[in-house]
Design a protein around this ligand. Structure first.
Ligand code: PLP
Length: 235
């Protein structure tokens, strides 16, 4: 796991440098290590280096790793995958964050299923920022209505917005969808009269663009854990 800890140190250094370059406060950007299809041992290795925010896409796979790592109490688990209704209970019971809320039904189920002794589940609304037909995420023009409903749910805490843009090649192109997400967050925050502190945007390939446009959470997999194995995995 030496490679993983070196990669983590490099990624942290890059985030720090980009915060400096774009005049963001040091510590304004939270790094989430995305470990889908990587082992519990790899997560333990980054946790030992102080990386406690972990992102997972598949419920069953995540629960197996969470069980294997139960003795590491300090981990924060972020659900960043597509969430089906029949998996909401496991997510409500086992995760700290959900980044991919795109319909009220899922939010209502998470709210009802969040254990009463637990802190409210922190959630982000996923926006289909490029308006792609086959993509998850809610359309930009429907997002404020969804947000109005979500803020009524007492066991959820609406923290902001998330997006997963279509891949593009240049920094200029990469910044455009992130700028749109940031603008929508401001518009939503004004409409609702509440702070929405978080923008979850940016991955291994578009980290700079995301930090330039105000990301507060970046979701980085490959740059930390290496390429994902293509076989195993699934939901
Ligand atoms: C896999 C994944 C990531 C991490 O992507 P990398 O390119 O490996 O950094 C980030 N966000 C989401 C939603 C993902 O599914």
């Amino acid at each position: 796991m030496i490679g993983v800890t070196e990669n983590l140190a490099k990624t942290n250094a890059l985030v720090t440098k980009l915060c400096h370059d774009y005049e963001r406060d040091a510590g304004a950007v939270r790094l989430i290590a995305v470990s889908k299809k990587h082992s519990a041992e790899a997560i333990a290795a980054v946790a030992a280096c102080g990386q406690h925010d972990i992102g997972e896409n598949f419920v069953t796979e995540a629960l197996d790793k969470r069980a294997a790592l139960a003795d590491i109490a300090s981990l924060n688990w972020h659900f960043i995958g597509a969430l089906q209704s029949n998996k909401t209970r496991s997510v409500a019971e086992n995760f700290d964050w959900v980044h991919t809320i795109d319909r009220l039904k899922i939010a209502e189920r998470l709210n009802a299923q969040r254990p009463h002794h637990a802190a409210p589940l922190k959630v982000l609304i996923q926006i289909n920022i490029d308006g792609e037909t086959s993509k998850s995420g809610i359309a930009q023009d429907a997002a404020i209505d969804l947000a109005r409903e979500i803020v009524q749910l007492p066991s959820l805490e609406l923290r902001g917005l998330m997006c997963l843009p279509r891949p593009t090649a240049t920094l200029t192109e990469q910044r455009q969808p992130f700028a749109r997400l940031a603008a929508l967050r401001t518009q939503m925050s004004d409409a609702l009269g509440c702070a929405l502190p978080d923008l979850s945007m940016g991955m291994s390939g578009d980290l700079e663009a995301a930090i330039a446009e105000g990301a507060t959470q970046v979701r980085v997999g490959t740059a930390i854990f290496g390429p994902r194995p293509t076989t195993a995995g699934g939901n």
